[in-house]
Design a protein around this ligand. Structure first.
Ligand SMILES: *Cc1c(COP(=O)(O)O)cnc(C)c1O
Length: 475
């Protein structure tokens, strides 16, 4: 085995795959039946005989990558996963080699420094007070923000709800759930939240859906009556969740008005900004999150709009104490500098995970490479492209969008014929020039574009339109 030569083989293969991606004939997606793929890649023989190096490695990688979906492709309009910036991937790569685990300061002081610094950077973008780096000098009553990087928005949402539950019912850690715990949730929310309710033992029946308008945004005026109904049922809501932005159509809820309501009721206000909190970096779009600073907790995924590979999600809170008390398992007191007499902090008590990778490396390396203004430009570009696509489609006689986009997510429908969106998607994926999803919104199935790739331009959408028309003409 030779590290340098194998490293160069991997480097060259990845260069072709992620950078020189759009040459003619390169498909964004190519699906083969699973059993055939395992055969074709010869997996069992490699494991038996070993020797995946040199020319063998080169050939294997070439076959392997040829079957992979290409997120950097101009035709990638699928799920909300980043087409990672190479700098972020390099950060991840460094941590994969060193394996410093930032849950415990001793295990990787520099990894912890990145995480704490980035969490503070994000807290300041929200408008929350960053965590002081010398908490010895703080009084016990002082409230400042806190946060932690975790493996994904779903885990971050779950942790936020655990935190909210601990505030309402601290006895759960000894006695289990009291009767009647409930959650208030907009109907367009991400399914990780319903899943979290299930995991918490709260159950679907105790999820009360909040009314949304024609665009899928929460109607704040409807909140008092829903809340009254919930109370009359004898339910005890642990939190109200809002979306910034929601998953199906990418619309932001009116956070400021929702905050008014939550403040009045002393109800935990959680904002799911997994996808759209990155707009906080943009001068043009940050107003869409007005009021977020009044929330109790916020989830912000870096592996969506910050060009970071999966996963790297931030769970942020206005008051750090509530995160430190979230999981009252065992002795939770050992996180402060002076308690352990160490020069840094542990974050183990804040996470569901015990061991976790250096997630800060992923985000820091790309921010360090392009700067925060460079990142803001990327977000502006992707949001603008969704808006340009919306105007383009709305001007065509045979296409229609249900909602004007507020992020880089856009739903649309071909109205020229009666073909359904699922069929169109199937045909488009078979051709392999475009990868897109569909979503149900207000009872209708739409095609859904998420502009993640930095290589997509309006001309590619024009080509998508002609491809759809060609499919429709053949029916
Ligand atoms: C993506 C997303 C999630 C889930 O995050 P993962 O990182 O995929 O676990 C939750 N909520 C919203 C609004 C999302 O867009």
């Amino acid at each position: 085995m030779n590290f340098t030569s194998d490293f160069n083989i991997v480097k060259e293969a990845l260069e072709t795959f992620t950078i020189e991606i759009d040459f003619p004939g390169n498909k964004v997606i190519r699906q083969t039946p699973l059993d055939r793929l395992i055969q074709e890649l010869d997996l069992s023989s490699w494991i038996k005989k070993g020797g995946l190096e040199g020319q063998g490695l080169k050939d294997f990688l070439s076959a392997f990558l040829s079957y992979q979906t290409r997120l950097h492709h101009s035709g990638y309009l699928g799920h909300q996963c980043a087409a990672p910036h190479y700098a972020a991937a390099l950060g991840s790569f460094v941590n994969n080699f060193t394996n410093n685990v930032p849950s415990i300061y001793e295990m990787g002081p520099a990894s912890v420094a990145l995480e704490v610094f980035l969490v503070n950077w994000m807290l300041e973008k929200v408008g929350w007070k960053p965590t002081p780096l010398t908490p010895q000098n703080c009084t016990a009553e002082e409230a400042y923000g806190g946060g932690v990087l975790v493996n994904g928005g779903s885990i971050a949402n779950l942790t936020a709800l655990i935190m909210a539950r601990t505030q309402v019912a601290p006895e759960v850690w000894q006695e289990g759930n009291p009767d009647g715990l409930a959650i208030l949730l907009p109907s367009e929310s991400h399914y990780s939240l319903t899943k979290a309710a299930g995991i918490l033992g709260i159950g679907k029946e105790a999820i009360h859906f909040v009314d949304v308008d024609g665009r899928g945004a929460v109607i704040p005026d409807s909140l008092p009556s829903i809340f009254r109904r919930v109370q009359e049922m004898g339910h005890l809501p642990i939190a109200l969740v809002a979306n910034a932005c929601n998953t199906p159509v990418g619309i932001y809820d009116p956070l400021d008005e929702i905050a008014d309501f939550c403040q009045g009721q002393k109800l935990w206000f959680h904002v799911d900004g997994a996808h759209g909190a990155s707009a906080l970096l943009s001068k043009t779009h940050r107003h869409k999150l007005k009021g977020v600073e009044r929330a109790d907790s916020l989830v912000w995924d870096a592996h969506k709009l910050l060009q970071v590979p999966s996963l790297c999600a931030a769970l942020l809170v206005r008051n750090h104490k509530l995160l430190d008390q979230a999981m009252l398992v065992g002795d939770n007191a050992s996180y402060l500098f002076h308690d352990k007499e160490q020069p840094g902090v542990d974050t183990l008590h804040r996470t569901i995970e015990t061991t976790k990778p250096g997630l800060g490396e992923r985000l820091f390396f790309v921010l360090g490479a392009i700067g925060e203004d460079g990142m803001a430009d990327f977000i502006d570009r992707q949001y603008q492209l969704a808006l340009d696509t919306y105007y383009y489609l709305q001007n065509l006689p045979d296409f229609e969008c249900p909602v004007q986009p507020e992020s880089n997510i856009l739903c649309f429908q071909h109205t020229g014929t009666a073909i359904d969106s699922l069929f169109l998607r199937k045909k488009l994926l078979e051709a392999g020039e475009f990868y897109l999803t569909t979503t149900l919104f207000k009872g209708t199935r739409y095609l859904r574009l998420v502009f993640m790739s930095p290589n997509t331009e309006l001309r590619h959408i024009e080509h998508l339109v002609s491809s759809i028309r060609e499919i429709a003409a053949k029916i």
